[in-house]
Design a protein around this ligand. Structure first.
Ligand code: MLT
Length: 267
């Protein structure tokens, strides 16, 4: 479906009953809602799963390429309103986690649970900002396929390359269908994001943290430190996964996700 919200066109995929538990999946950079298809396929109909493409990604509008994480949150709030979802569980991977955290900070009334995968709360360091600037320059100089080839090496484990070509090809195709404006604009948004760490000292909703044992972008220790701030939250390390835990360790990811949803919402 493509809908007109917040002055832009947002594409999303959906699965489950319209009166089911609303669970919104937010993808990482530079992916799309299609990365969540294995989760949408496995969830019971009692979950209303929605996976939008963030502005500038997938089949959503690219617009002027001037994005911020707050703009992505505005789009999310408008989409929830359009779908008549008054309180959702948010599940975000990496950039999707940044968006989920900021949404919760701004509109706690809209969020009844949080699932954070391969993500963190700190803003970019100066070094990370410089890397983003270099990445933008390199994409413009060398093109998207060169960027994609290099990026894939950082996000997947050697095991995934050896045994799960399907996941690598899916993400490669998504990256290579992303526009230059979307790729560069989203990196500017990532570089300018705020630190959301203060959110975690006073959370009183169910929170699940999922880390990849081989994640070099957000090592498990970073997520473990965050999880310790949230009383009663759960933390799992997916053994075969680097940065894309829902695709690299799908069976285990889906099992933990379903257990969590059953425990708190009896889906
Ligand atoms: C992502 O997967 O969304 C990115 O690794 C996020 C980032 O670069 O900070």
């Amino acid at each position: 479906m493509i809908v007109n919200v917040n002055g832009t066109f947002i594409h999303y995929i959906e699965h489950g009953q319209s009166n089911g538990l609303p669970l919104v999946f937010l993808h990482g950079f530079p992916f799309s809602g299609a990365m969540w298809q294995p989760q949408l396929n496995s969830l019971p109909d009692s979950v209303r799963a929605v996976a939008p493409d963030i502005r500038g990604s997938g089949a959503s509008d690219v617009g002027d390429g001037q994005y911020t994480i707050d703009l992505f949150v505005d789009d999310l709030i408008a989409l929830l309103d359009y779908l008549q979802i008054s309180k959702a569980v948010l599940c975000g991977l990496s950039m999707g986690g940044y968006i989920a955290q900021r949404a919760l900070q701004r509109r706690p009334d809209l969020v009844q649970g949080l699932i954070l995968c391969n993500t963190k709360s700190e803003a970019d360091t100066d070094e990370a900002k410089i890397n983003r600037a270099n990445s933008i320059r390199n994409i413009k100089l060398n093109g998207i396929p060169a960027f994609s080839e290099e990026y894939l090496k950082h996000i997947f484990s050697p095991e995934t390359f050896a045994n799960n070509a399907e996941a690598v090809i899916l993400i490669k195709n998504i990256i290579e269908s992303t526009s230059l404006l979307g790729l560069c604009g989203t990196q500017l948004a990532l570089a300018a994001r705020t630190d959301t760490t203060s959110l975690f000292s006073s959370l009183n909703i169910p929170v699940l943290f999922l880390a990849g044992a081989r994640d070099l972008i957000v090592p498990p220790g970073v997520m473990n430190a965050l999880q310790k701030k949230v009383w009663g939250s759960e933390f799992h390390i997916l053994p075969h996964s680097a940065h894309i835990s829902n695709l690299e360790d799908t069976t285990e990811f889906n099992r933990i996700l379903l257990e969590f949803l059953k425990k708190y919402w009896h889906v």
